[in-house]
Design a binder for this molecule. Structure first.
Ligand SMILES: Cc1cc2nc3c(=O)[nH]c(=O)nc-3n(C[C@H](O)[C@H](O)[C@H](O)COP(=O)(O)OP(=O)(O)OC[C@H]3O[C@@H](n4cnc5c(N)ncnc54)[C@H](O)[C@@H]3O)c2cc1C
Ligand code: SF4
Length: 498
């Protein structure tokens, strides 16, 4: 279930969210959540979250949900200028409307992110993009290093910047890689329709696809260079110098640098050009760079979370059982261990603090929803569950393996008698159940029962706490009280907020 959707500071008004989920998002100056009725919109909301290039859509959900993406294989890479790369991907059943873009998905240290690229050429089994490689650009660096035959994932073609199916004269105005959708449109415009292409670049070395543009029939090609070298003999200037090429009944398609798009549109509007005949797409930059603290703490863009989670799981399932076994057979479990008392004591401490983290992080995230770092850490709960419960299960099964009598004794009545023996067993059995079900396979198989079973975590926390409290009351009871208070406050806040 989706509990909350919010758009935090930093929206660049790219409209991806509104395009995929118009019931929930409306983009004016920035994007706004216009409805809190999330039911039946879940899949679109999660797509919008993933497609937001600046990660400012924050969704609070209480289950793990994975969206399926299409895959494409890099088949060809070619530099068109010193910094414009043409890439062709092979895929299947690809459909698009000339002018549209696709949203590419990627994972890196900061976790998942997306970037939008206009489709320059495509057919059912391939698509070609032209990408300006930016220094330190997150996607630019990735695509620059990507080798042929490697896979990428993407969501289908989208966007309302589309070629109109009319016989009107068409004027295409582009800067830099804004030429990409124009090429797709030129290919699909009927030969007998009159076309003008106005293409602007800063230096003449930035010109690309000139021959291709000139190959389209019935097409006037104007290439403007604003900072030419002394030897350049063609047209110098900017796209706005070509307003005389546009007649009032022409369809005008503008794409590229947002400042150029706005200024050309403004010039057209000042000349009373009919608004329904103006179509535009701005290549808004896909990342605003907030300062480090804001990015990590408030925006929750914490690097390494995914790797850290797998690291904890690997430690829990491989390192801890191996170490425990090693210490047990060398009879060192109760000897001094680094600066903790004993290895056994160290393990119980790790198990206890892990379960405290799991119990405390969700109420903290609910109480301080603006601090998205806490929300991000909620995703670490699974790893810490596994860490805590694997210690209990390792010790229990470890003794069973090393000493058969322990196994046989385990089922005698005194081991299950009232008070502390029964509470200990409760903690061990719940640890085993939680360990076995803390994975996506169980989640899918158990369906609605998975969530119910996960509620055993409270039994595990309380029973474990009672047993640990017998040995270290000062370490346990104050923390248990804090967790219970936070939990009550979080429930109250959720009720009041609703
Ligand atoms: C609808 C649409 C279609 C688009 N189509 C195209 C297309 O066809 N071709 C194309 O090339 N682009 C296109 N874009 C732009 C594209 O989506 C990306 O924004 C662009 O490629 C930059 O992405 P990046 O990850 O490489 O750079 P980012 O990581 O987003 O970096 C953006 C800028 O910030 C700078 N930067 C990086 N790190 C830092 C830092 N720590 N501090 C400060 N600054 C930093 C980078 O140098 C770069 O200049 C399109 C955009 C939209 C919205
Ligand atoms: S930046 Fe994100 S929130 Fe803003 S319009 Fe684009 S997708 Fe929507």
């Amino acid at each position: 279930m989706i509990k909350k959707v919010e758009v935090i500071k930093g929206c660049i008004s790219c409209r991806n969210c509104e395009t995929v989920c118009p019931n929930i998002f409306k983009v004016g100056k920035t994007s706004e959540v216009i409805s809190h009725d999330y039911v039946w919109n879940e899949s679109e909301i999660l797509q919008a979250e993933l497609m937001c290039p600046v990660n400012v859509i924050k969704v609070q959900k209480d289950w793990n949900f994975t969206l399926s993406f299409k895959e494409a294989i890099l088949k060809d890479k070619k530099m068109l200028t010193k910094d414009i790369l043409e890439v062709t991907f092979e895929t299947n059943n690809f459909t698009f409307k000339p002018g549209q873009y696709i949203s590419l998905q990627m994972k890196d240290l900061l976790w998942k992110f997306s970037r939008s690229y206009s489709i320059a050429k495509a057919d059912v089994w391939f698509f070609t993009l032209t990408i300006k490689l930016l220094k330190k650009g997150r996607w630019s660096e990735f695509i620059n290093k990507l080798t042929v035959w490697k896979k990428i994932t993407f969501l289908w073609a989208l966007g309302n910047f589309q070629l109109q199916n009319t016989n009107n004269k068409k004027v295409f105005v582009a800067t830099g890689t804004g030429l990409a959708p124009m090429i797709a449109m030129l290919q699909k415009t009927p030969k007998d329709v009159e076309k003008v292409i106005i293409f602007w670049v800063r230096y003449e070395t930035d010109i690309y696809n000139k021959k291709l543009l000139e190959s389209f029939e019935n097409t006037k090609v104007i290439i403007k260079v604003s900072q030419p070298s002394d030897s350049y003999i063609w047209e110098v200037g900017r796209v706005t110098d070509c307003m005389s090429e546009v007649w009032l009944e022409d369809e005008v398609y503008i794409c590229g640098n947002p400042a150029m798009v706005d200024s050309f549109k403004e010039s057209l509007i000042n000349r009373w050009h009919p608004l329904p005949l103006i179509f535009s797409e701005s290549f808004t930059i896909s990342r605003v760079y907030p300062w480090f603290f804001q990015d990590i703490v408030y925006n929750g863009n914490v690097p390494w979370v995914h790797f850290f989670s797998w690291f904890i799981i690997a430690i829990s399932l491989l390192v801890i059982p191996a170490l425990w076994y090693y210490f047990a057979i060398h009879k060192n479990l109760y000897w001094d261990f680094v600066f903790w008392t004993t290895f056994s004591g160290f393990l119980w401490d790790v198990s206890w603090w892990s379960v405290v983290f799991v119990m405390v992080i969700r109420p903290l995230a609910d109480l301080f929803p603006k601090i998205w770092l806490l929300g991000k850490w909620v995703s670490l709960r699974k790893a810490f569950w596994i860490l805590s419960s694997s210690i209990v299960v390792t010790i229990l099964f470890g003794w069973f393996l090393l000493d058969t009598n322990t196994f046989l004794n385990y089922f005698t009545s005194h081991k299950w008698s009232l008070n502390s023996p029964l509470i200990s067993r409760l903690s061990e059995v719940t640890a085993l159940i939680l360990l076995l079900t803390s994975n996506t396979f169980s989640q899918i198989q158990l369906g609605i029962w998975w969530k119910r079973i996960q509620r055993l975590s409270y039994v595990y926390f309380i029973s474990g706490g009672i047993i640990a409290g017998i040995y270290a009351p000062l370490k346990v009871y104050p923390i248990m009280s804090v967790v219970i208070i936070l939990w009550i406050l979080a429930q109250l806040r959720i009720k009041l907020w609703k």
